[in-house]
Design a protein around this ligand. Structure first.
Ligand code: ATR
Length: 274
């Protein structure tokens, strides 16, 4: 048994993606979404132990709360102070953070983009940005710059990239970057309130850059569409969503994950409007 804990979690795509992986691997496993209230992470982790649940994805608001409840942290989780994946290894609970590896994996798989030696700009400095910044540095990017509305959070986030980290100020030239990633929620509320804001001005981008938006609802944000119309190759957030799960399936089962089946399951679910 596997699953995901969070709140809200009812519309999480994780159980469907997990189920597709288990089926393609021929494993008799199931996955479910468990609603766990804020403050109830300890009881949920006790439940994982008592029920012998083998793998649990962890989403908001529990990613930091589960950290002190586990027996061991993988280096990825230790560094970020958050866990998005628990592996129950015969009663020994290990916390991992697979978001960053998922992002880098999606770049490789979906855009044949290897971050090594490349100049990367991450817009935003929240939890998703932190995992991406750390993973790009691990992938030996030449530079990992962060641009964020709140400067202090950008300053904190670039620490994760060590000497590769830098700040990109409002007004700085974006032309030198090979990769521009939006990790903010700008663009999620498309059509809802007529919000015209964008993570950066698409006119500052050019066709030799890769534009990535980690949002997958909508599948194409206004910013990503604008980048595409300027000739940039683009990736939406489906790849990161699937590849962070790919890493989790690898950890839980020890088998090579069936990526294509997992992508197909996520896309079918998103197309169904869930
Ligand atoms: P997540 O865990 O998904 O990364 P988060 O931790 O809430 O989400 O981080 C959201 C990021 O989007 C933050 O960097 C936030 O900027 P601030 O640090 O200034 O709060 C950024 N963000 C959200 N809405 C924004 C907006 N309207 N304009 C600019 N930045 C925005």
């Amino acid at each position: 048994m596997a699953g995901v804990i969070g709140l809200p979690v009812r519309h999480s795509l994780s159980p469907v993606i997990h189920a597709a992986a288990f089926e393609a691997l021929g494993l008799d496993w199931a996955s479910a979404a468990f609603e766990v209230a804020d403050g109830d992470a300890a009881r949920a982790v006790d439940g994982i132990r008592a029920l012998g649940i083998r793998g649990m994805s962890v989403t908001m608001p529990h990613k930091a709360a589960v950290v002190p409840l586990l027996d061991e942290l993988a280096p990825s989780a230790e560094r970020l102070g958050v866990v998005n994946c628990i592996h129950n290894d015969d009663g020994h609970l290990v916390g991992h953070s697979t978001d960053g590896a998922g992002f880098v994996g999606a770049l490789r798989a979906d855009a044949t983009f290897d971050a090594a030696g490349r100049r990367c700009l991450v817009i935003g400095a929240g939890g998703a940005a932190r995992s991406i910044v750390a993973a790009l540095a691990d992938a030996q990017a030449a530079e990992v710059a962060v641009r964020n509305r709140t400067r202090s959070k950008a300053d904190e986030t670039i620490q994760l990239a060590g000497p590769l980290g830098s700040i990109c100020e409002e007004g700085d030239d974006l032309g030198r970057f090979d990769l521009v990633v939006n990790t903010t929620s700008i663009g999620m509320s498309i059509g809802a309130d007529g919000d015209e804001s964008m993570p950066c001005n698409p006119d500052e981008l050019h066709a030799e850059q890769l534009a990535v938006d980690i949002i997958y609802k909508p599948l194409e944000t206004r910013w990503l569409a604008a980048a595409r119309s300027r000739g940039l190759p683009t990736l939406n957030g489906v790849g990161m969503l699937v590849h962070q799960a790919v890493e989790q399936i690898r950890i839980w089962t020890g088998q090579e994950p069936p990526v294509a089946a997992m992508v197909a399951a996520a896309e079918a679910q998103l197309a169904g409007g869930r």
